[in-house]
Design a protein around this ligand. Sequence first.
Ligand SMILES: *[C@@H]1O[C@H](CO)[C@@H](O)[C@H](O)[C@H]1NC(C)=O
Length: 230
Amino acid sequence: MAMIVLFLALLGLTSGLNINIERQCDKINPKVDLSDTFSENIAHAIHSMTVQGLRLFNPKVTEKNSVPTVNHNVSAPDLVVPYAPDDPIGHDFNTDVMNTIDHILSHIGLSDDGLGPYWSPIERVAHNFHMWDLWYRVHEEFESTVRDNPPKQDVCDCLMDTDHNGIRAAVQWVAEHYKSGTPITLLNRPIPKLTDAATWQVWKDRLLHYYDNNAAHDAALYLYCATKDF
Ligand SMILES: *[C@@H]1O[C@H](CO)[C@@H](O)[C@H](O)[C@H]1NC(C)=O
């Protein structure tokens, strides 16, 4: 029995993202410290990116960016759009936190927040604040290791070629899996509905998956390249 559980656990860890990568950006220059899972790490960081999130990295960014994201319109034929959309919060409340909650709850049931049909209201709130939390984590990495030692143009050219380096395909993987569930990582592991303290522990563990230095550094390099020319 224990062996079967172990086998299923290993299967769960290995049956996630399986995409064809033509350009291995981690191999173009031995000095570039991208990890070999850069496309998964970067796709996770950007799959629900917005103009507002990109402005952490450069306040001049507009919708004319080329960061691929999950289409907010889940009925549209294209699951992925080739840019991060403008998605401003309102000003009816006094703080950004409350205005963000207002923004999320004002779209419940409208199928236009890019998450698909399966997320409960509190799961949508947790996802939104998690992404902002992760973007701040990536921004800390950007300030401490990338701003003063930015990648060369050849690395940026490879990272921005998202049709061939696996990033767009990994964002597409997320979009496809939103049609049937609420994936948090790109590892295809089942996740319970978020209903209590015990299920929150599972969610919390899953949400913290891409906060390590390697994943944050991969995303910081990409977001430097994606925002530097505004
Ligand atoms: C979403 O996509 C569908 C199908 O392309 C389209 O008919 C609809 O107008 C779109 N909705 C919005 C809000 O753009």
